[in-house]
Design a protein around this ligand. Structure first.
Ligand code: 13P
Length: 252
């Protein structure tokens, strides 16, 4: 089975409602020709309903939330549940983004609970992981990634693997303009597949899409996507410009 190609835009805490509508419409118009690439937009929570309606019925287009609560419902002021996210037409949720791990101290136990909430509500999970600069400099990047994957994914029920996408995001490359070279990306993605193979078996590991994230842009996407174990990208800054995002989608 061929692995799914995916290009996802993580808008983070950017855009207001008007800007979000203009941006998604522009992407929708320009990106229709790249039929076999799954395109996922992760806007701020507030705009998910509106953007999901705009993309409703578009082939290989989906919306996703940048986070979800680890709880199903109740007295958790300010939180957003996976059920709420699914109910407005979203298909995906990001779990484990480095900004959430760092700024909101999300622990592995919380990530596992969030994944379970997402799965119970039939959302697909894009699970993010990646090493810090200090870990790479100390040659601990493989060990770090192995630990991040094993400690969380071993709790992932095997029958739900169709709902799992991985995103390797070296923290030193996020928002810095510094990108992993294609060699560094391929080396890590191949290693990730080895770790996945240890958890789920080789067949499954070969079917899971592993995206690259970290200053991926219209200039470097082609080289990165040409790597045999890179199945697409999770794009931050460059996903906020329709032209750049569509060029990235067209980079396979
Ligand atoms: P940048 O593309 O801005 O480096 O962000 C990557 C990212 O964090 C996507 O989730």
């Amino acid at each position: 089975m061929q692995r799914k190609k995916i290009v996802a835009g993580n808008w983070k805490m950017n855009t207001d409602l008007n800007e979000a509508i203009v941006l998604v419409n522009s992407i929708k118009q320009q990106a229709t020709k790249y039929k076999d690439v799954e395109k996922v937009i992760f806007p701020p929570y507030l705009f998910l309903t509106e953007l999901s309606e705009i993309l409703d019925g578009e082939a290989n287009f989906a919306t996703g939330a940048q986070n979800c609560s680890e709880h199903s419902k109740g007295a958790f002021t300010g939180e957003v549940s996976a059920n709420m996210i699914a109910s407005v037409g979203c298909a995906y949720v990001l779990v484990g983004h480095s900004e959430r791990r760092t700024y909101f101290n999300e622990s592995n136990n919380q990530l596992i609970a969030k994944i379970n909430q997402a799965l119970e509500n039939n959302l697909k999970v894009v699970f993010c992981f990646g090493e810090q600069l200090a870990e790479r400099k100390s040659n601990l990047h493989f060990e770090t990634v192995k630990q991040q994957l094993e400690e969380v994914l071993q709790h992932f029920p095997k029958e739900k693997l169709n709902d799992l996408v991985l995103a390797y995001e070296p923290v030193w490359a996020i928002g810095t303009g510094e990108t992993a070279t294609p060699q560094q990306a391929q080396e890590m993605h191949a290693y990730v597949r080895k770790v996945l193979s240890g958890i789920f078996g080789a067949e499954v590991a070969n079917q899971l899409s592993v995206l690259y994230g970290g200053s991926c842009n219209a200039q470097n996407a082609k080289e990165l996507f040409a790597c045999p174990d890179v199945d697409g990208g999770l794009i931050g800054g460059a996903s906020l410009k329709a032209d750049d995002f569509c060029k990235i989608i067209d980079s396979f």
